[in-house]
Design a binder for this molecule. Structure first.
Ligand code: ZN
Length: 303
């Protein structure tokens, strides 16, 4: 039976695209690996940040919607996106974030040994988690390797837990207090999920996660997962071609939008690794509108 292999990408809402690029490239050191548009709203950017190779499981993506109201992270949403960093680098990261005037809520300097918690300029909650290296990690210290995992705040934690275990193949691991913990069985990275009950009601807007995507290797695995989503009678998109991957979206019972996405063909399908992210990429459907799209989008400066 095919199951999800950890996270494929996390997509959040941002207010200003330039501020978003500055934070994720200059402060967090990620690479802008794809500059494209929202396929359902081609006059807004869809920005993808990842590791140097733009591999699946490392993609943090944003819809910068101009004029969107501020959101409130809380119940019905993923409420913390966690990145993996090498062991013994959190103190260095804390200094780097403080130097960039990032608001830090917990870290080594106040007794939190294993994670550094902070928000991006839009208020999106993030954490860096110190983890031992795994085979295949790019170890250019103290760089972010990709995702470590997520914390979800479900309206119905028991139902979300069943989604994670029965549909996506996550296994429960030791829980502490009210936090339920799960681990993807088919992945060594981007494999942790924490599920909590949050007293705070979530509200969509900038600074919140829009949806999260789980990895499967290819289309046949995706179609197998689609059958399982349909058998569970969840509201579902059917198969969608996102050009860089194929997807199925569904609304899980705890209120969150989940996606299952394929590793292939990946971000190098329309540009080589060396020049990922340098030019605006449009699908064949939107290419005839390039001039109008380029005129309406704000220019972005990045390196
Ligand atoms: Zn997505």
């Amino acid at each position: 039976m095919t199951y999800a292999q950890g996270l494929h990408h996390v997509t959040a809402v941002a207010a200003d695209p330039q501020r978003n690029v500055d934070f994720y490239t200059r402060v967090l050191g990620l690479r802008l690996v794809k500059k494209t548009v929202n396929q359902d709203d081609p006059f807004t950017y869809h920005l993808y940040y990842g590791d140097a190779l733009g591999r699946p499981g490392t993609a943090m993506t944003f819809f910068p919607f101009p004029g969107v109201p501020a959101g409130q992270p809380g119940r019905g949403q993923p409420i913390e996106t966690q990145f993996s960093v090498p062991l013994n680098t959190l103190t260095e990261w804390e200094s780097r974030l403080r130097a960039a005037a990032v608001e830090i809520s917990a870290g080594p300097s106040n007794g939190q040994a294993d994670r550094l918690q902070f928000t991006d300029p839009d208020g999106l909650p993030l954490a860096l988690i110190a983890e031992a290296p795994e085979a295949g990690d790019l170890e250019s210290e103290p760089a972010i390797r990709g995702f470590a995992g997520l914390t979800l705040a479900s309206h119905r934690p028991d139902s979300t837990a069943r989604m994670l275990t029965e549909l996506l193949g996550y296994a429960p691991v030791t829980s502490s207090g009210a936090t339920l913990r799960f681990k993807s069985q088919g992945s060594v990275r981007a494999d942790h999920i924490e599920l909590i009950e949050s007293p705070m009601m979530g509200r969509p807007g900038y600074g919140t996660v829009h949806h999260i995507a789980f990895r499967v290797p290819n289309r046949s695995a995706l179609l197998e997962m689609l059958e399982r989503v349909q058998a569970a009678r969840l509201p579902c998109s059917g198969e969608v071609d996102r050009f860089y991957f194929r997807s199925v979206y569904f609304r899980e019972p705890g209120g969150m939008l989940f996606e299952i996405a394929t590793d292939d063909p990946g971000f190098t399908v329309d540009e080589p690794v060396e020049s990922l992210g340098q030019t605006l990429k449009l699908t064949a459907e939107h290419e005839p509108m390039r001039a109008a799209i380029e005129t309406s989008l704000p220019a972005l400066e990045y390196f």
